[in-house]
Design a protein around this ligand. Structure first.
Ligand code: FES
Ligand code: FE2
Length: 347
C-alpha cells in the first residue's frame, strides 16, 4: 500500500456508536469507532499491552476498552486507564499508545488517511463522488465486493477498455459490433482524464435505461491514484456516474468499493433494483477475470503492455513510481503522464 493517500476503510453505515468495527488496509488491522457526536475515529486494532484486537473490546463513551486486561484508550490512541495499576495511577505516563489515523466520511464511505513521515497530513480531502452539472437530486447505490487478487490487477481492469466486449459482452458492449474509438487523454495532478462528446451509446440494456433513444452522450473518465476510477455520463438533463475504489486488503486480496449515482427516475423503485443487479453482475464479471489473472500471475508476473489500450496500465505503474519517489524525497520529479495523448482502439 502506498502511503500518503486516502483509502476506503468501510461503508459508513457499518460503523455504529457503541460497536467498534474491525477493518483492514493491506494487512494493517484497524478499529473504527463512532463517538457520541457522530464522528468516526480509526485506531490500530492491536492493544499495546499484549496485542488483542481492540475491536473485540467495547466502547465506553469516547474511549475503547480492551477485553483482555481492560486497558482503556481514548480516540487519539492514548492509553488512559490500566486497571491493574489501580485508580489514580498515571496510566498515560506508563503505557504506550496505539496508532491513530485521520478519518473523513464522505458519500457514505469512511476514508482513512495512510500517513507517511514526509506527508503526515493529507494535502487534499478524500475524492468526492461527482455531482450533476445542473444541481439535481441524486439517488446513490453502494456496494463492496472482495477480490482474491492483488490490488494492481484490479486497478488495471478498470482502466482497460479492451476487456469490455469480452468480459461484459451484452452488458456494456456487443462483441459482434466493434467500434473504433479515438480518445484524447489529459493529465491530472495524480492521474489522467478523458472526455468524449457525442459518444454513440451501444445498444445494451444499461445504456437503454440511461437513454432509451440512445442519443449521443458526453462521458468523462478519470483515474486518480492510488486506484480510483470515476465515470460520468450526461445525456441532455440525464446524468449518471460510477466510482470504483480499489482497496488493498492483503498482498493478494483487494476490495472493490463501488458507488453509483443518477439524477432521474427516482420514483421508479425497479430502477434501483435493476441498477443493483447490473452493477453486481458487472463487478462479478470483473472479479472473475481478475482472479483468473491472479492465478496466471502465480506462475509469472510478466505482461506485454504495448498497445494503445494498455497505455493506462503503463501510466498507472509510472504514477506509482512517481508517488514512491515523492515519498522518498527524490528531487526534480516530472509528472509521468504526458499532458495530452491521443489513443486509439477498437472495442
Ligand atoms: S492485551 Fe489488551 S489489556 Fe492486555
Ligand atoms: Fe470491467
Amino acid at each position: 500500500m502506498l502511503e500518503g493517500y486516502w483509502y476506503v476503510a468501510a461503508q459508513s453505515h457499518r460503523v455504529k456508536f457503541g460497536s467498534p468495527t474491525a477493518a483492514v488496509l493491506l494487512e494493517r488491522p484497524l478499529v473504527l469507532v463512532r463517538d457520541e457526536s457522530g464522528t468516526v475515529h480509526a485506531l490500530e486494532d492491536h492493544c499495546a499491552h499484549r496485542g488483542v484486537p481492540l475491536s473485540a473490546g467495547w466502547q465506553e463513551g469516547d474511549s475503547i476498552r480492551c477485553r483482555y486486561h481492560g486497558w482503556r484508550y481514548n480516540f487519539s490512541g492514548a492509553c488512559v486507564e490500566v486497571p491493574v495499576l489501580g485508580k489514580g495511577s498515571s496510566a498515560a505516563a506508563k503505557s504506550p499508545c496505539v496508532q491513530s489515523f485521520r478519518v473523513q466520511e464522505q458519500d457514505g464511505w469512511v476514508w482513512v488517511y495512510a500517513s507517511h513521515e514526509r506527508f503526515p497530513k493529507p494535502s487534499t480531502p478524500p475524492p468526492k463522488f461527482p455531482a450533476p452539472s445542473v444541481p439535481s437530486r441524486v439517488s446513490l447505490l453502494r456496494m463492496s465486493l472482495p477480490v482474491k487478487a492483488r490490488m494492481d490487477l484490479a486497478v488495471d481492469n478498470f482502466i482497460d477498455p479492451a476487456h469490455v466486449p469480452y468480459v461484459h459482452h451484452g452488458l456494456f458492449r456487443q462483441r459482434h459490433v466493434p467500434r473504433e474509438k479515438e480518445k484524447e487523454f489529459t493529465r491530472l495532478p495524480e492521474g489522467f482524464r478523458t472526455v468524449s462528446n457525442n459518444v454513440h451509446l451501444p445498444n445494451t440494456i444499461v445504456f437503454r435505461v440511461l437513454n432509451p433513444r440512445l442519443t449521443p452522450a458526453r462521458t468523462t473518465i478519470d483515474f486518480l491514484m492510488p486506484g480510483i476510477h470515476v465515470e460520468t455520463f450526461e445525456v441532455g438533463t440525464r446524468w449518471g456516474a460510477i466510482m470504483v475504489v480499489v482497496t488493498p486488503i492483503a498482498e493478494r486480496a483487494a476490495r472493490l468499493d463501488f458507488t453509483m449515482g443518477w439524477n432521474f427516475l427516482h420514483w421508479a423503485f425497479p430502477l434501483v433494483w435493476l441498477a443493483r443487479i447490473i452493477a453486481q453482475k458487472a463487478l462479478k464479471q470483473d472479479r472473475a477475470i481478475v482472479e483468473l489473472q491472479e492465478l496466471g500471475h502465480r506462475h509469472s508476473t510478466a505482461m506485454s503492455l504495448s498497445l494503445d489500450s494498455d497505455t493506462m496500465a503503463v501510466w498507472y505503474r509510472r504514477l506509482q513510481k512517481y508517488h514512491a519517489d515523492q515519498l522518498a524525497g527524490a528531487p526534480n520529479l516530472t509528472h509521468p503522464v504526458p499532458e495530452r495523448t491521443t489513443l486509439r482502439w477498437i472495442t
